[in-house]
Every structure is written in structure tokens, then in C-alpha cells.
Ligand binder design. Structure first.
Ligand code: HEM
Length: 277
């Protein structure tokens, strides 16, 4: 994983348990070291990078993950347990896991990820390397300026990512990949719905997650420096936000289809002559 440009170089070292020989016993960020295990999930990798999970990302129990989700992100016990137990059921695992095992293709993991390439033909596990061009595309989707005070001219600081921005990004990625089944499409929306609830910030009439936080987290797997938990993130709020992403996707797809329809009315598009009586 690349270091954020602002971060001092860290020389190679070994992780075991939650303590890091360089950053100590606390929750300072340290990137994975050679031999550490990581997954395609930015949330779990971030917890390991901050020592809420064992920093080597190995031998994790359901309870390790539930308590790390609560301590690191302030999730409710129910939401943390739902995500983790649900994840283990889909993974068909009863025993502890290393983070890379969570990325078993087709279980929880799916194509059309926001910042990871699709799993190549014949591979059992998804790629874990973050594609920084996809990170840029995700941020650009939030900068299309559909809300007042947004647009590239304002830089990252004023841009807030909301459900309609996530919908735009999901539609783009789902066009670039094989079709997702319903369950994986739902999982993909839920992943970002959690973050929209967790880090929602208000600025004037707008509400959303500051895109520099999204970039720090999804691009460098680091908790946003100036985030302080303001509430316990609950299950129902995530369901509501996930539904809002789905609705925004339906509306955007419909608007897109209408635009295509206006440019190419069916009789012209098909190239066949239509006789009106
Ligand atoms: C705070 C809780 C969590 C949040 C906010 C979260 C968020 C995310 C996000 C945004 C992605 C998409 C990355 C991308 O599209 O490139 C992702 C991927 C993934 N997450 Fe999590 N996650 C959470 C917890 C979990 C848990 C508990 C598990 C399993 C036990 C899990 C398993 C996965 C897997 C397998 C992927 C890869 C899916 C893909 O193919 O994109 N996540 N997560």
C-alpha cells in the first residue's frame, strides 16, 4: 500500500498482536508490513492498520472483529455482530480467519468494487491492491457539482459525498463489470451506506462525508485524522441509507435511459422503418 504523501517514511519491521514496534501500544496508524495479511475491505484493513485488530491481520475470531468494529468505528453491538456473523456465514467459516481469506471471490466479495479491480479469471481471492485511479474516479463522482457550492473549483475540502454520489459511482462501476446478482448488489450498497452514516457532516444545506476523509480511508486505509465519534452507528440508519442509494441509482438509470431515448427514438435506433397508421 502506498503511504499518503504527507506521511514520513517508515522502515520495515515486524508486527505481532496489536502493538507495533514503531508506533507503540496505541492506535497510531502503521501500514501493513511484509507478511501481514490484508483484505479487499477498507474498513477491516484500517482497523488492523490502527491496531484495533491484530496488526498482522491474522487469526481473527468473530469476537475480535465485533469488538474492533465497535472500538474503531463506534458501531452498535447489533450492527457489528450482524456484519461480522453475516460475513462469516457467507464465507462458510466457523473458525478464525486471516484477512486475505475474507476476500474469497463470490462469497462476500464481488466484482464492480469501487477501488479494486475485478477478480481475474481462475483466481480464488480478490485483488487487495488499491487502484488509485479508481479512487480518483470515485472522488470525481462526488465532484460533479449537483449540489450548490460543489464542483472541482472548490477543491476537496468543500465536497461532501452523499447517497447520490455513491449511486453515480456504483452505476459507473457496475457498467464496467459483469452483472452483479441481487445479494452482491445489496452488499455493495451497504458497504458505503455504513460510511455515509458514520461520517456524515453538514455544511450549509448539504450533508455528506467530506471527500478528503473518503480518500484517506478508502485510498490509504487510515482513519480520518479530524474525525471524532459523534454517535453510535446503528443498523436501521444503514438500511435507510442503503435504500436511498438504491433509489438514487434507479432514478439516475432512468434519467440516463430517457436521455438515450431522446437522442435515439426507437424507430431510428433500430434502423427499421416504422409506418404509422
Ligand atoms: C464498519 C464496517 C464496514 C464497512 C464500513 C465496510 C466497508 C466496505 C467498503 C466500502 C467496501 C468496498 C471496497 C471497494 O468497493 O473497493 C468493502 C468491501 C468488503 N468488505 Fe467491508 N466493511 C465493513 C465491515 C466488513 C465486515 C465485518 C466484513 C466481513 C466479515 C467485510 C467484508 C468485506 C469484503 C469481503 C469486501 C470486498 C467486497 C468487494 O468485492 O468490493 N466488511 N467494505
Amino acid at each position: 500500500m502506498s503511504l499518503p504523501s504527507s506521511h514520513p517514511e517508515i522502515s520495515e519491521h515486524k508486527h505481532s498482536g496489536k502493538t507495533c514496534p514503531v508506533t507503540g501500544k496505541g492506535h497510531e496508524w502503521c501500514p501493513p508490513q511484509p507478511g501481514d495479511s490484508r483484505s479487499p475491505c477498507p474498513a477491516l484493513n484500517t482497523l488492523a492498520n490502527h491496531g484495533y485488530l491484530p496488526r498482522d491481520g491474522k487469526n481473527l475470531s468473530v469476537f475480535d472483529i465485533i469488538s474492533a468494529l465497535k472500538a474503531g468505528y463506534n458501531l452498535s453491538t447489533f450492527l457489528a455482530a450482524f456484519l461480522t456473523i453475516g460475513g462469516f456465514i457467507l464465507l462458510r467459516r466457523l473458525t478464525n480467519v486471516d484477512l486475505y481469506e475474507i476476500g474469497r471471490h463470490g462469497r462476500v466479495e464481488h466484482d464492480a468494487s469501487l477501488v479494486h479491480r475485478d477478480t481475474s479469471e481462475g483466481q480464488k481471492y480478490a485483488p487487495i491492491s488499491i487502484n488509485q485511479r479508481l479512487v480518483d474516479r470515485l472522488i470525481a463522482d462526488a465532484k460533479t457539482g449537483d449540489e450548490e457550492g460543489e464542483g472541482p473549483e472548490f477543491g476537496d475540502r468543500r465536497i461532501l459525498m452523499d447517497a447520490s454520489d455513491v449511486a453515480r459511482a456504483r452505476i459507473r462501476r457496475e457498467k464496467e463489470s459483469p452483472r452483479l446478482d441481487r445479494m452482491h448488489a445489496e452488499i455493495a450498497r451497504g458497504e458505503m451506506a455504513i460510511i455515509l452514516g458514520l461520517w456524515e457532516t453538514k455544511a450549509g444545506n448539504n450533508a455528506g462525508v467530506p471527500v478528503e476523509w473518503v480518500r484517506e480511508w478508502i485510498g490509504h486505509e487510515r482513519l480520518p485524522k479530524d474525525w471524532k465519534p459523534t454517535h453510535v452507528q446503528g443498523f436501521r440508519d444503514v438500511v435507510r441509507r442503503s435504500a436511498a442509494i438504491r433509489k438514487a441509482m434507479e432514478e439516475q438509470r432512468k434519467a440516463e435511459a430517457e436521455q438515450v431515448g431522446e437522442k435515439h427514438p426507437p424507430n431510428v435506433r433500430s434502423g427499421t422503418q416504422v409506418y404509422l397508421t
